[in-house]
Design a protein around this ligand. Sequence first.
Ligand SMILES: NC(=O)c1ccc[n+]([C@@H]2O[C@H](COP(=O)([O-])OP(=O)(O)OC[C@H]3O[C@@H](n4cnc5c(N)ncnc54)[C@H](OP(=O)(O)O)[C@@H]3O)[C@@H](O)[C@H]2O)c1
Length: 324
Amino acid sequence: MRAAQVSKLEGPEAIEIVDIPEPVPYPGAVVIDVHAAGVAFPDVLMTRGLYQMKPELPFVVGGEVAGIVREAPADAHVRAGDRVLALTMLGNAMAEVALAPTQMVFALPENVSLEAGAGIIFNDLTVHFCLRNRGRLAAGETVLVHGAAGGVGTSTLRMAAALGAGRVIAVVSTEDKARVARANGATDVVLTDGWLAAVKELTGGRGVDIVLDPVGGDRFTDSLRSLARGGRLLVVGFTAGEIPTVKVNRLLLNNVEVVGAAWGEWVMSHPGYLQEQWAEVEPLLAAGKIAPPDPVLYPLDRAADAVASLDNRTATGKVVVTLR
Ligand SMILES: NC(=O)c1ccc[n+]([C@@H]2O[C@H](COP(=O)([O-])OP(=O)(O)OC[C@H]3O[C@@H](n4cnc5c(N)ncnc54)[C@H](OP(=O)(O)O)[C@@H]3O)[C@@H](O)[C@H]2O)c1
């Protein structure tokens, strides 16, 4: 089968398209003919050996797929021919055939294409975890999201209202990304330059209830300043590179919280949680209450470019690699 493979840790540009044997199913595996695979920022980090998970070389890139079940265990909830989306759990996705554990495979709602389906699980369930579980989003609250035109960012814009937010403010670096943020459902969009003053003005000085931050870096302290009393700053990632520090007197003085939100860790330590999340998100997708992503598509031959677009900050929305 054809696959996008990393054999040296030299960044996205070193991803190669190779012919390798199809994977041999392990007990409990669902075999999927892959139509599309999602790209996420951890894929960038893994091409340099900088992510917490470091698979042995060579490895196949990507952690999520959508496709058609070729073969499933007899007691599985899916069977041959079903349209599904699945987590391969970081690695082994961008290939014509992928394996996923039964409990990480879900039937794709009929109204969602396979290309869009490949862009759902990783980001949407991260955002669901962030807002519902770690952020304790209450009805009508205001959510601000950094990197709002990125993968996690556009998921937040697509989902926040369906999960109860009254207002979703997008922070983006360019006018082009502002357009993407609006198209994905942002109530308000502000540019990174001067974002704090703009948000204070938008909220009449009150601030926001939740900041969802996949970016980190030097905007972190301003994120704390942007919170209303009782507000929560969700630490989701560090695409800016620098890991910020926090002076805890700021938390005390303004009654605000900084909350870590690592979805993968929670899923692995809480059996059944992923299925609970899907049971809540799937009906919202099927009913059109959460719009599916509208991904930027790259053919497998250009998998390196697809991953590089997240690395060089040109990606907008979810990026998906197509295999069939
Ligand atoms: N905690 C979790 O459970 C979890 C789960 C999934 C992903 N994540 C993390 O969330 C983060 C975002 O992932 P993603 O897939 O949404 O990435 P993405 O699609 O590449 O979006 C990231 C955004 O970060 C901003 N950014 C600021 N400085 C950047 C830089 N130097 N390089 C690249 N982007 C920069 C960009 O927005 P502007 O140009 O508008 O600033 C970009 O749109 C990653 O750190 C990822 O590891 C965490």
